[in-house]
Design a protein around this ligand. Structure first.
Ligand SMILES: C[S@@+](CC[C@H](N)C(=O)[O-])C[C@H]1O[C@@H](n2cnc3c(N)ncnc32)[C@H](O)[C@@H]1O
Length: 497
């Protein structure tokens, strides 16, 4: 049952621990730079402030705090069960620079918060009541400093228009059975699936709806509950969110998913031609959202965006360091994009290959093929295809708090099926690095002073209740992780070298 304090948001089932790279400060800054907006990333030891509204257990906020020991991080959620987990992790890792607040953002007094350089809200805006959205705007008005960067994710229209009926059906049917929200969603989903099988028009028309109803395997019930069992779920058009946030003097900048900022990669030439008849960004985004299947937007806003020219943009991006997060032989030069498969040019391929050889600035990589490609294109392609992450402070050491948090997270893994918070804190990236459960476990062991020689014992520790053939698979995965992923962790100083 939802509690009286929850304003219709699911509060009886916890939200799973998750890491979303779009919430990382470096990625927020990257979006600004790609779109030609001036932005600085404070160093990990500077006195900066990062606030997360609706933080869940605050896994992303913990990553930010551990990776940036000088910053003050404030993580806010009104569900005490979430805050208790976050506080427990922060205390166990002895992170003194993160504060968890159990508070409703619609009622929280701004005086309880510091002024922020970064604010993020992931999975909050389209899932909460109008008065909560008003509370978010009120806090943004009061607590973002001039030049602050805000990340907001939300379900967008028109991508979700065909699913409004599905959500209402799931919610209404769910509320008619007794029990916890995760039991109720089962009932709601069952009815929706039954009607889908009977060719109910609004459950078979939309590809997105069919995807939700058919793809159940591997999607955690906890997650589905938070997606569809909220009373006030309301996807919105980009223009309406931009309008609401303008009250806090926030200017829309671009998408935290780098490739989405390049219409040339996302749209057909004919679609682009129509879009180019307009010069205003609101119309551009509407046409993009009409052309693409973009159901979850990750948008970046700045309080008072200062826009520079292309030369300034190229110079700023050239100074960024690209850090490889895959091995050189995993280089991918053909990208699967909404406008089709995109094969990179030969000079770009060479730069991409060089980027995977080790950390290098975008400028150093561009110098390998002068006159070919732009800094914005190279950075977007490498980061947008998940082959590199950006670093503004590549010389940063690994903070002790990050080691403590990673040791703690690795030490919690008792099974390969443990899907909690899949990331490790990294000072060089100023955020988390997405990792598998197995890699998190290995990092924990290496941070505890063990070595690769102990790998057999690690397999045994993880595979206590597995069948022999499953144990064989874990052994193989362990071998691959040690050979291909651990060197990347060493390069990032996440594990001792
Ligand atoms: C979908 S979860 C996202 C959690 C977290 N941002 C993440 O990405 O892991 C949304 C969170 O918002 C919280 N929430 C909903 N309404 C809230 C309110 N009025 N005030 C504070 N937190 C709220 C919920 O408890 C939940 O933890």
């Amino acid at each position: 049952m939802n509690q009286s304090w929850s304003s219709g948001y699911v509060a009886d089932v916890p939200y799973p621990e998750g890491f979303y790279v779009q919430q990382s400060p470096a990625r927020m800054v990257l979006t600004c730079l790609l779109l030609g907006v001036v932005a600085d990333l404070p160093s990990p030891t500077d006195d900066a402030c990062y606030i997360e509204l609706g933080c869940g257990v605050g896994f992303g906020a913990l990553m930010t705090a551990a990776s940036n020991p000088g910053w003050k991080v404030v993580a806010i959620d009104y569900n005490p069960a979430h805050i208790a987990v976050g506080v427990g992790l922060a205390r166990a890792a002895r992170l003194a620079n993160i504060e968890f607040l159990e508070a409703d953002v619609s009622q929280l007094s701004p005086s309880a918060l510091p002024t922020a350089d970064f604010v993020t809200l992931h999975g909050l805006w389209s899932w909460v009541a109008p008065e909560v959205r008003a509370g978010i705007v009120r806090l943004l008005v009061a607590k973002t400093r001039p030049g602050a960067i805000v990340h907001i994710s939300y379900n967008s229209l028109p991508a979700w228009q065909g699913a409004i009926g599905m959500q209402r059906l799931i919610h209404e049917a769910g509320m008619r059975v007794p029990g916890r929200s995760d039991e109720r969603i089962e009932a709601g989903m069952e009815l929706a699936r039954e009607l889908n099988g009977l060719s109910a028009h609004h459950l078979v028309e939309s590809k997105l709806v069919r995807g939700v109803l058919e793809k159940r395997e591997g999607v955690a019930t906890q997650y589905l509950t938070h997606e569809y069992m909220n009373v006030h779920w309301a996807p919105e058009f980009h223009a309406d969110v931009a309008d609401a946030l303008s009250e806090a003097k926030l200017d829309w900048v671009g998408s935290a998913n780098p490739l989405e900022n390049f219409p040339g990669l996302m749209m057909t030439p004919e679609q682009r031609k129509v879009m180019d008849r307009y010069s205003d960004p609101i119309m551009h985004e509407l046409i993009k959202d009409i052309c693409l299947q973009r159901g979850l937007r990750h948008d970046i806003y700045v309080r008072g965006a200062r826009r520079g020219g292309i030369r300034q943009r190229e110079a700023a991006i050239s100074r960024l360091t690209l850090i490889p997060v895959v091995c050189p032989d995993e280089l991918q030069t053909t990208l699967d994009l909404p406008a089709g498969k995109a094969e990179m040019s030969e000079p770009l391929k060479e730069m991409m290959g060089a980027a995977l050889q080790g950390p290098a600035t975008v400028g150093e990589l561009l110098a390998r093929a002068p006159g070919h490609g732009s800094a914005a294109e190279l950075a977007s392609v490498m980061i947008g295809s998940h082959q590199c992450q950006p670093s503004v402070w590549p010389q940063s050491g690994q903070p002790e708090g990050a080691d403590r948090l990673n040791r703690l997270l690795g030490g919690r893994v008792a099974s390969v099926a443990d899907g909690r918070g899949l990331a490790l804190a990294c000072g060089r990236l100023g955020t988390g690095l997405g990792v598998s459960t197995l890699l998190k476990f290995i990092a924990g062991r290496l941070l505890n002073g063990e070595s690769e020689k102990d790998a057999d014992a690690w397999v045994a520790a993880l595979g206590g209740d597995l069948r022999p053939e499953e144990l064989g698979t874990v052994r193989e995965l362990m071998h691959t992780a040690l050979e291909r992923r651990v060197p990347l962790l060493r390069q990032l100083q996440i594990v001792p070298g």
